[in-house]
Design a binder for this molecule. Structure first.
Ligand SMILES: Nc1ncnc2c1ncn2[C@@H]1O[C@H](COP(=O)(O)OP(=O)(O)OP(=O)(O)O)[C@@H](O)[C@H]1O
Length: 480
């Protein structure tokens, strides 16, 4: 089914690859300061003055209450949005009507899902049809793509067969772990189906034949497990999922590995490609490598979510940007925030400054060991730090419900200095997950960055409002 056309398309694409390869892996980030910045904030909080401790607890309790209220409001909002035909969360069907196995229905409801989102409602019947059909699907960030392909994999496996039947490839270690958790939660009432992680550090004994039906991992390890170590018999794979598919096929290293895996799969293996963004050339390439695909594609103006309000702030230098950030923090309650910087140097500097202001800050860097990166995200997810300063390493896929604000301390640009629209969309999509309201604030510090912002506005045909951060009343008004 897929093998030859993929190989041919790869050859044809070589010339175009340069332009497609948009520095999506240019996460040359990192910092040395993670622990020191968290520690500084912590030591302040752990002061020996009991009165201060009590104040902290009171403040924390108030914050928790505010966060809870926000969540309650959000539940109502999701219900409203699921009845609005213009919302990406809209659905006419129930999960029952999607003909899921009872064990999976239990899993879905156990996760607190009441109704499918639009992408789930549309994609699942295509993915579960017989004979299996290929699919290339685009849907906005935070609209439940993961649950959609996880349900497809769990529906397709035969639990009586103790060997891998579904492979799911994610671009990063952290995302593979996150998706694995969704598989575990969704499959909680289907214990016969087992999952294994093909990620760095998970060392298996040579000669082992895997018994787990689903393998989730990163492309390099997955390839090794299929070809070098032969833990997986690729000929028995029924479903091959590429999450963040555009980055998987636009980034040379990932592309090579994904193609080599794909070439080993049987011709009738179902291919499922998902992402929130598909740049035009990548989209064309995807269509050439996936035979007879069903296609779910967004119009450009549908790509941004109305639930994420977008603003920009005018500044002259990084110190002014930092001051604007402090003003924002002084005016509104921010459950958790993610702040994106262009370089790890700026990220390290900013984390230090924020930490000196008393914020609990985590710093995530592309240079850190993957296990360390996953641990930082886990701490942030658990609310141990309220601010995550990072570079593009964290722009995609990471799902942390409490992120109410995303700050682009530096706007995303590609290696030629042009706006990186895809990364912009993924970054701001870290907030406003599944119907939540979110704020995205862009710091503009030069004519050049104003030009970048304008081009981003034009690209998405979406107005980004100006915000005066010296005016506290104005900031308060934009609070979610
Ligand atoms: N039907 C549903 N009802 C309620 N919540 C849902 C539903 N489907 C998914 N969610 C929740 O919505 C959040 C976002 O889902 P998910 O991470 O799958 O989005 P995504 O489309 O893959 O996003 P991204 O493009 O950023 O990777 C998750 O916390 C998930 O648990």
């Amino acid at each position: 089914m897929a093998t030859d056309s993929w190989a041919q398309a790869v050859d044809e694409q070589e010339a175009a690859a340069e332009s497609v390869n948009r520095n999506l892996r240019n996460t040359s980030t990192a910092a040395n300061a993670t622990d020191s910045s968290s520690a500084a904030a912590k030591s302040e909080a752990e002061g020996d003055n009991k009165a201060a401790d009590d104040d902290d607890k009171a403040a924390q309790s108030l914050l928790n209450k505010l966060i809870r209220n926000n969540l309650v409001n959000n539940t109502n909002q999701v219900e409203v949005l699921q009845k609005d035909p213009n919302s990406p969360l809209y659905s006419v069907k129930s999960f029952e009507e999607l003909r899921l196995k009872p064990q999976l229905l239990q899993g879905v409801y156990g996760m607190g899902f009441n109704r499918p989102s639009k992408i789930q409602e549309t994609a699942l019947p295509m993915m579960l049809a017989e004979p299996p059909q290929n699919l290339i699907a685009q849907s906005q960030s935070g609209t439940g793509k993961t649950a959609a392909f996880v349900l497809a994999m769990l529906s397709h496996v035969d639990p009586n067969n103790r060997y891998p039947q579904c492979l799911c490839v994610s671009p990063t270690y952290e995302l593979a772990l996150q998706t694995g958790k969704v598989i575990e939660q969704m499959g909680k009432h289907y214990p016969e189906v087992k999952l294994v992680y093909a990620i760095r550090g998970n060392k298996l004994q040579r000669g082992v034949k895997l018994q787990e039906q689903i393998v989730i991992g990163t492309p390099g390890t997955m390839l090794d497990w299929c070809s070098k170590f032969k833990f997986i018999d690729p000929k028995k794979i029924k479903v091959f999922v590429l999450d963040e598919a555009d980055v998987m096929i636009a980034t040379q290293g990932h592309q090579d590995q994904s193609i080599r895996i794909q070439r080993m799969l049987p011709k009738n293996c179902q291919m499922l490609l998902f992402s929130a963004t598909f740049e035009e050339t990548v989209w064309n390439f995807a269509q050439r490598i996936v035979p007879d695909p069903n296609i779910i594609k967004l119009k450009r103006e549908e790509e941004t979510l109305d639930t994420i309000k977008q603003y920009y702030v005018l500044c002259n230098c990084k110190e002014e940007k930092f001051q604007a950030l402090c003003n924002i923090y002084g005016a509104i309650t921010i459950a958790q925030a993610m702040i994106f910087c262009h370089t790890r140097k700026t990220a390290g500097w900013l984390a230090g400054e924020l930490s000196r202001e008393g914020h609990q800050v985590a710093l995530l860097s592309g240079e850190m060991q993957v296990e360390q990166r996953a641990a930082v995200i886990e701490r942030f997810r658990d609310g141990k730090e309220k601010v995550l300063v990072t570079t593009n390493v964290c722009a995609r896929g990471i799902d942390v419900e409490q992120v109410s604000v995303v700050i682009n301390f530096d706007l995303p640009v590609d290696k030629d200095g042009n706006p990186d629209n895809e990364t912009y969309l993924h970054r701001i999509g870290r907030t406003g997950r599944f119907g939540k309201r979110g704020l995205a604030i862009n710091m503009v510090d030069s004519k050049m960055s104003m030009n970048i912002l304008n081009r981003i506005q034009e690209h998405f045909n979406k107005r980004i409002e100006k915000l005066d951060t010296d005016d506290l009343d104005e900031i308060e008004k934009i609070a979610c």
